[in-house]
Design a protein around this ligand. Structure first.
Ligand code: BGC
Length: 728
């Protein structure tokens, strides 16, 4: 980023709202060009074109950051797009994330306190004769309303190909601080896959619905002619209801519609500034014959590379794994979001921390998290709290919820673990410290007891399923998370060469307080005893008798026969069991298909991970309309157990980045084979086992430069690079 700093921010001189504004300039080139580059950003999302051709492939550029503090600038090489003579450069800008006037349950000002869209760019041309020309956005640009006459990320768009702004104006220059500009730090969002409809459905209530067979995030490309003036409408939905009708109640206020104003001519069109979470679309005002070949669903997500694979002999578990992958694709759209469909789609910190380990095995998310964590740090308050969502569109908060705000420690630590990235620890150290200090200020005698928390969100311990956050004692959860996060802080300080004695001392005090307050004889006291309470005491190493607490957990699970955990307990539940010899219980939970379980949604036909254990109930009715997403990745965090325990590929905390791998697969007679692989920075790490005639054959593969330890039946074997087979 260089010349853009000399450009001027431009906006429309007219009052515009929720529509595309196109800024353009004619450029006459008379000499031969050696190189040309375009630096561009916008308040809103932009689509840059040169001579009508799209520049780059970044959808919804410049992405979503904490705009007031960090606004990404993209630089494109456009040498081949310019021609001698007349050229037109145009920048279409629509509201995107920046001009939201409401987010989910929150309504208020747009994020920049500036509801109109604006653009900033610089085109740098180097000519063969050595001359350099810099063309920047300014008052000499033209500005007109675009053909996307309405665009809102939740509601969708209206596109009118016949719309022509009859009175284009001069762009208006306005002063705007450029200190927030940064070079693009994250992955760009791009079109990734194209899916054809699998079925055209006529629903019982007479709707015309197309099923793409997969819940996803993206938009439809469609061929349309229609009758002049007809407003052909595509609505988006994730599911059909119990009767088989199109169901959109779970989108809450999000209209999620694409409207095309027909002009009687044939067009092939796809959204330019919007995305939707959907599997089904409903067509209305569609006078053309409905043919499958006229519709394609385009899947978009951040350009993260797939790195992890898992397969086993149980097809239902394989489907679960596929749903987890699709959940990640659907919610890694520049920011790790809770869901991609309803009037929310926010970077909920809790969801991100729950899923970060799985995410980093499935895909290469290093760059993705580097950017998001920079926004987290930017939005952290001076008093240490971390907003519930990042970018922090709810504004600064006096409060931080345990297990949500801990994204500040857990996410950087995981990125360090998976990719051996020590910079992320250095960059996060001060933020971690401030957060831990905030907790200490809100604690009494080692117990974090003076904050408000989400608790074990969506657990089944509450008196009714609608008691989203009741169940496990919130101060117990908070104190456990403090102990966990201060452990991460202490390790981070050690890696950064700082003395961590004080942190460890306070942590130790808190461990003792936890035991005193919530435990007796190695068990969680009866009045606090839930699955999640035991899971945390075991997995965070808080209990003074891990074996006994794990036994208690196993009893709690086997007594009721199923899991009861929510967002907080679920990610560690199977680990806490299988790490302590309760493999059979862990596998029983994994392969159970009655409600509540992971496979219940698979049995009910899910193609992504649901927000609730029973987003759809056995009888086809829905959990509720108030908060029911069918694409919420949090419970997909079980995949880190599939990689790490079922297949047994474990990171060595002291030699991160898979420099040393620990293979410790946990077998079960209900599966005959398991295989998994992770493409690490060092190369592919692979583990397989299969059981035949009472014998299990294990095959482990590690790349050059990596050594591994195999742990089977308590026995440790060192292996080197290449493939090793062990029969037991
Ligand atoms: C989101 C969650 C989030 C939660 C906070 C919900 O509306 O969808 O995933 O973590 O609020 O408890």
């Amino acid at each position: 980023m260089k010349n853009i700093l000399n450009a001027q921010w431009i906006k429309s001189p007219r009052c515009v709202k929720d529509n595309e504004v196109v800024f353009s300039k004619k450029i006459n080139i008379k000499k031969d060009i050696v190189s040309a580059s375009l630096e561009v950003t916008s308040l809103g999302v932009y689509l840059a074109k040169i001579n009508g051709e799209r520049v780059g492939d970044f959808i919804l550029a410049p992405g979503w950051t904490s705009y007031k503090k960090r606004l990404q600038v993209d630089t494109y090489n456009v040498t081949d797009m310019l021609r001698k003579d007349c050229n037109v450069i145009s920048l279409g800008v629509a509201p995107g994330w920046k001009a939201f006037t409401y987010f989910g349950m929150h309504s208020g000002d747009s994020m920049l306190g500036f509801s109109e869209v604006a653009a900033l760019c610089a085109l740098t041309i180097e000519y063969a004769d050595g001359e350099k020309e810099i063309i920047t956005s300014g008052g000499d640009w033209t500005c007109e309303n675009g053909k996307t006459v309405y665009s809102h990320l939740y509601n969708g768009y209206i596109y009118n190909p016949a719309f022509v702004d009859i009175c284009p104006a001069q762009a208006l220059v306005f002063p705007q601080n450029k200190k927030n500009l940064i070079d693009r730090q994250g992955e760009k969002i791009i079109e990734q896959e194209r899916l054809s409809p699998v079925e055209i459905i006529r629903t019982p209530s007479g709707e015309t619905v197309l099923d793409f067979g997969q819940n996803m995030t993206g938009y439809i490309e469609f061929r349309i002619k229609g009758n002049k003036g007809e407003k052909a409408t595509i609505s988006h939905a994730e599911v059909l209801d119990a009767e088989g009708n199109f169901y959109v109640d779970n989108l809450r206020s999000a209209k999620a519609q694409a409207v095309f104003v027909c002009d009687g001519k044939e067009h092939v069109y796809k959204s330019e500034y919007n995305f939707f979470g959907f599997r089904y679309i409903k067509l209305e005002n569609w006078s053309d014959e409905v043919k499958k070949e006229n519709f394609t669903a385009i899947v978009i997500h951040s350009d993260i590379k797939r790195t992890g694979y898992f397969e086993c002999s149980d097809e239902r578990v394989n489907k679960l794994f596929s749903n987890i992958i699709w959940g990640q694709k659907g919610n890694f759209v520049d920011v790790p979001t809770d869901c991609p469909q309803r009037d929310e789609r926010l970077g909920w910190t809790g969801d991100a921390q729950v899923f970060v380990k799985t995410a980093s095995y499935n895909f290469d998310v290093e760059k993705f998290f580097i950017k998001w964590l920079a926004d987290l740090r930017a939005d952290q308050t001076p008093w240490g709290t971390i907003p519930h969502v990042i970018p922090g569109v709810f504004g600064p908060d006096d409060n931080s919820s345990a297990a949500w705000a801990d994204a500040a420690t857990i996410c950087p630590w995981q990125i360090y673990q998976t990719y051996a990235n020590t910079d992320i620890l250095k960059d996060s150290l001060q933020s971690m410290k401030k957060y831990i200090e905030f907790i200490e200020e809100h604690s009494f005698d080692g117990i974090w007891c003076r904050s408000w928390h989400f608790g074990d969100w969506l657990n089944l311990d509450g008196s009714s399923p609608e008691d989203c956050s009741k169940g496990t004692d919130k101060n117990l959860i908070a104190t456990a998370y403090y102990i966990y996060s201060s452990d991460i802080l202490a390790k981070t300080m050690a890696i950064c060469g700082e003395d961590n004695a004080e942190v460890l001392e306070k942590r130790e005090k808190s461990i003792l307080a936890f035991r005193r307050e919530y435990m007796e004889n190695g068990r969680i006291k009866p009045e606090f005893a839930t699955q999640t309470a035991c899971v945390l005491a075991v997995h965070f190493g808080i209990s003074d008798d891990i074996a006994e607490t794990a036994k208690q957990l196993n009893e709690l699970v086997t007594e009721c026969g199923h899991l009861k955990t929510g967002f907080v307990g679920t990610p560690y539940l199977l680990h806490a069991l299988s790490d302590n010899g309760y493999n059979e219980t862990a596998y029983s939970l994994l392969i159970r298909e009655e409600y509540p379980s992971w496979l219940f949604s698979v049995k009910m036909g899910a193609t992504t991970i649901w927000e609730h254990w029973d987003s759809v109930r056995e009888d086809g009715t829905m959990w509720s309309t108030s908060m029911n997403s069918f694409n919420h990745y949090a419970y997909g965090s079980v995949a880190d157990w599939l990689y790490g325990d079922a297949a047994g590929i474990k990171l060595d905390e002291n030699r991160p980045g898979f420099e040393h791998v620990i293979f410790a697969p946990v077998t079960d007679s209900r599966l005959t084979y398991v295989k998994a692989s992770i493409e690490s920075r060092k190369g592919e790490v692979r583990s397989e086992w299969k059981t035949e005639n009472g014998k299990t054959t294990y095959t482990f593969t590690v790349p050059e430069g990596v050594d591994a330890t195999v742990i089977l039946g308590g026995e440790e074997t060192k292996i080197g690079a290449g493939t090793t087979e062990i029969v037991k």
